[in-house]
Design a protein around this ligand. Structure first.
Ligand SMILES: [Cu+2]
Length: 213
């Protein structure tokens, strides 16, 4: 049965082709000339005592129009970007509404490289309690009508204000968003394993009439 032997060989070829294709996709960003981030404001990992009012990302090549996004998520889980992404040659920027929570913010961006490929990355920065105190007070003023301005100035009340925020929202569980993707990948892996096992068994049966020697 020479055709089972052929099927086995072509399956092996297919498997190695698939493997190298997957590897190629994984290695491609390093090998090709995608845009690279060369500067940002705020800088990655910055600890700020003054809340930024915009985010600017600077790349080594022009950013193409279409499908660009910058999402700034606060420690409270709220998003703070405001308006459209502004492009100016190699820079992409977005305005921020007033940051009103102390702690770490994530800048997640997706931009279109000069070569047309998308680029996705995340940066973080954090702001101190002082940086957001005024905005925090302003946000509270917006909720509760016109308290006295003296309330915003007290420095010893700042430590207390962060405790009544409640626990961080557990709604954005990253495992939940990865769940379906993981299930699909797992399913493909199991199917591939079964196919390989079947082909091996058939190859072994066919090999009894001399194909193994
Ligand atoms: Cu590219």
């Amino acid at each position: 049965m020479p055709h089972t032997f052929t099927a086995r060989r072509s399956a092996v070829t297919l498997a190695s082709l698939t493997a190298s294709l997957l590897l190629g996709i994984g290695l491609a960003p390093a090998a090709l000339a995608h845009n690279a981030l060369i500067d940002s404001s705020p800088k990655d990992g910055a600890k700020l005592d003054k809340a930024p009012e915009e985010v600017t990302l600077t790349f080594n090549a022009d950013v193409n129009d279409g499908g660009n996004a910058i999402v700034v998520t606060g420690p409270d889980g709220d998003t703070y970007e405001e308006g459209d992404v502004r492009l100016d040659g190699p820079t992409a920027a977005t305005d921020l509404r007033p940051l009103d929570a102390a702690g770490e913010y994530t800048i997640a961006y997706r931009i279109v490289s000069a070569d047309g490929h998308p680029l996705e990355e995340k940066l973080t920065f954090s702001v101190s309690e002082e940086a957001v105190a005024d905005n925090e007070a302003a946000a509270e003023d917006a909720d509760t009508a016109a308290p006295s301005p003296d309330d915003t100035a007290g420095s010893d009340t700042q430590d207390g204000t962060s405790t009544d925020e409640g626990e961080p929202a557990a709604s954005s569980d990253p495992m939940q968003s990865l769940g379906p993707v993981g299930a699909v990948i797992g399913g493909i892996a199991i199917i591939a394993l079964i196919v390989i096992l079947i082909i091996r068994m058939r190859g072994r049966q066919g090999g009894q009439d001399g194909a193994d020697s």
